[in-house]
Design a protein around this ligand. Sequence first.
Ligand code: SF4
Length: 192
Amino acid sequence: MRIALHVCCGICLKYPLKDLLIKGFIPEGIYYNPNIHPYGEYLNRLETANNVMRENSLKLVVPEYNSDIEASGFFSEIPESRFEQCRKCYSMRLKYTVFHAKANGIKRFSTTLLGSPYQNIKLILEIGNELAAVNGLEFVSFHEEWAKEYHESKRSLRSTGAYLQKYCGCIYSKMDRKLEKCAILAKTRVTI
Ligand code: SF4
């Protein structure tokens, strides 16, 4: 059972990959994440994801970093809201996965984003199921099982010295993370 598996990062990949293999799927990983900013961050996450694939003797398909990003309007339009920005981001990555699946005669697809407790799972499922219906494919998800193992995957990768990201991926999420840190620092100063 071949499956086109969108891979967002090594942490989210680790358990879903193991689980899919146990369940008899043959995953083809696709690292399509032009939302990740900056490029160095994209490469660091790619290295961790690639190592997880290699541990399982699997290869990762890596499309060009910036392909389609301009056309998608991801950075050229100011997002109405974070929800809309994430919808665009999930759609862009899942559409590419569907494109890869169809081009390679694969009947099902999924994304490791479903393994993260920090993502909007309801929205990912909505987009995935919609794309599946339109394209005559099956959208596979074991998100409840996968999310339970997220922190263990993170712990185990950290123990190997692998690179682990600190924000979701886009420039907006990177800014959010910085602002959170500043807020914590400011609070600390007031309470000292
Ligand atoms: S916060 Fe994450 S999911 Fe949302 S747009 Fe940014 S990178 Fe994409």
